[in-house]
Design a binder for this molecule. Structure first.
Ligand code: NAD
Ligand code: DAU
Length: 359
């Protein structure tokens, strides 16, 4: 088993990255240091890590750097003797990639390329100790395209990305694999399904819907609402990543999924029912807020992943069922209004207004 001392987490101020930092420090016996490199785009939020900063100042370091900044990243590797990279940093929202793909190309492709270059040079020249070194790349099931009513994505399913977001992630996956095959850089990759849980930026389906139900605003459902996503509790994604960086086979890809497919409309109905119970209201009252709006361009119909490799090879399993995970998530959003208020700055409001409210 590999045990790393100095883990560089990119994008650690975002949704999954910050959950991963909490998970490592609070739920595992991890004894090393974490260096969180984040550009703090609209999606980066240091409030996600406030208590970590307060409690673990001697093992947690934040560096406000763009992954495209070669000198900056190089210095991080040198200063912190990085032995593992867990690369979350990305532009992550499909709708935004449709409206403006450039940042997706810059960060997801060029940023990953830059990280790989610095990691390769450091691994070759500087990390002479002979100890383990790993570059773990976080990716998505969206690289595999869209499924019909049956079938699953496997690790060896051919890539068929459809949106600028998924195309940029596919490109980064290919680069990471190329650095393994060409230069021997020790890498692993994980492709995960839709995550849900605490600290997710309120532009993604679950936090948008929870917020709008509570505030009795319209619930914008794209198209006919029958698109299917496979939902995975974010902490279970984090436990999968830890298993892969510790025990995954170098050069390999692992699919991570919730084995938990829902049409968007069914899921929104469940959210209405759960929140109605908490608020002592009639669920029908909330369901009346459901509004079918213009579909997302190129909207992938169904994602579903086979994650037997992760389960069988690495012994991964999920810790919560979907109903428990949803309850935890709803509770978190209801109890963290200040977190939501703090990020609802001007640019957030403009984005929501332009994209959701006027439909
Ligand atoms: P997010 O948008 O919540 O967070 C992204 C983080 O990256 C932010 O903190 C942002 O400031 C940072 N960042 C963006 N550009 C940067 C740059 N150039 N340099 C440094 N930092 C930068 O994203 P997320 O939902 O937490 O997703 C994390 C990763 O997981 C992404 O690679 C995404 O493709 C992948 N993923 C997400 C999901 C999901 O359901 N959210 C599922 C599968 C895979
Ligand atoms: O599958 C993994 C991917 O999941 C990740 O790679 C992405 O980073 C992440 O953003 C997520 O992508 P999706 O596009 O699936 O997530 P999103 O929350 O944007 O949408 C989920 C589904 O809900 C999708 O079918 C579109 C629909 N939707 C979304 C929003 C925000 C709506 O119907 N209404 C909405 O308001």
């Amino acid at each position: 088993m590999r045990n790393f001392k100095n883990i560089l987490v990119t994008g650690g101020a975002g949704f999954i990255g910050s959950n991963f930092i909490h998970y490592l420090f609070e739920k595992t016996s991890f004894k090393g240091n974490i260096i969180n490199v984040d550009k703090l785009t609209y999606a980066g939020n240091l409030n996600n890590l406030k208590n970590i900063e307060d409690k673990l100042g001697n093992r947690y370091f934040f560096e406000h750097i763009d992954i495209c900044d070669k000198e900056g990243i190089d210095k991080i590797f040198q200063d912190h003797s990085i032995d593992c990279v867990v690369h979350f940093a990305a532009e992550s929202h499909v709708d935004r990639s449709i409206l403006g793909p450039k940042e997706f190309i810059d960060t997801n492709i060029l940023g990953t390329f830059n990280l790989l270059e610095v990691a390769r040079k450091y691994w070759l020249n500087d990390n002479k100790s002979g100890k383990d070194f790993l570059f773990h790349h976080i990716s998505t099931d969206e690289v595999f395209g869209s499924l019909g009513e049956t079938g699953y994505f496997y690790e060896d399913t051919a890539y068929d990305p459809r949106s600028p977001y998924s195309a940029s992630k596919a490109s980064s996956d290919h680069l990471v694999k190329a650095y393994y095959h060409t230069y021997g850089l020790p890498i692993t990759i994980s492709n995960s399904t839709n995550n849900y849980g605490a600290y997710q930026f309120p532009e993604k389906l679950l936090p948008v819907m929870i917020g709008n139900i509570v505030n009795e605003k319209k619930l914008p459902v794209y198209g006919d609402g029958k698109n299917i996503r496979d939902w995975l509790f974010v902490e279970d994604h984090c436990s999968a990543i830890l298993k892969i960086i510790q025990k995954g086979t170098i050069g390999e890809t692992y699919n991570v999924g919730g084995e938990n497919e829902w049409t968007n409309i069914d899921l929104i109905n469940v959210l209405c029912e759960k929140i109605a119970k908490i608020k002592n209201k009639n669920a029908e009252h909330y369901k009346e807020l459901i509004t079918f709006v213009k579909d997302r361009s190129g909207h992938d119909r169904r994602y579903a992943i086979n994650c037997d490799k992760l389960k069988n090879e690495l012994g991964w399993k999920q810790s919560v069922n979907f109903s428990e995970g949803l309850d935890l998530t709803i509770d978190w959003y209801l109890n963290n209004q200040k977190w939501i208020d703090d990020i609802k700055n001007e640019s957030y409001r403009d984005w929501i207004k332009a994209n959701y409210e006027n439909r």
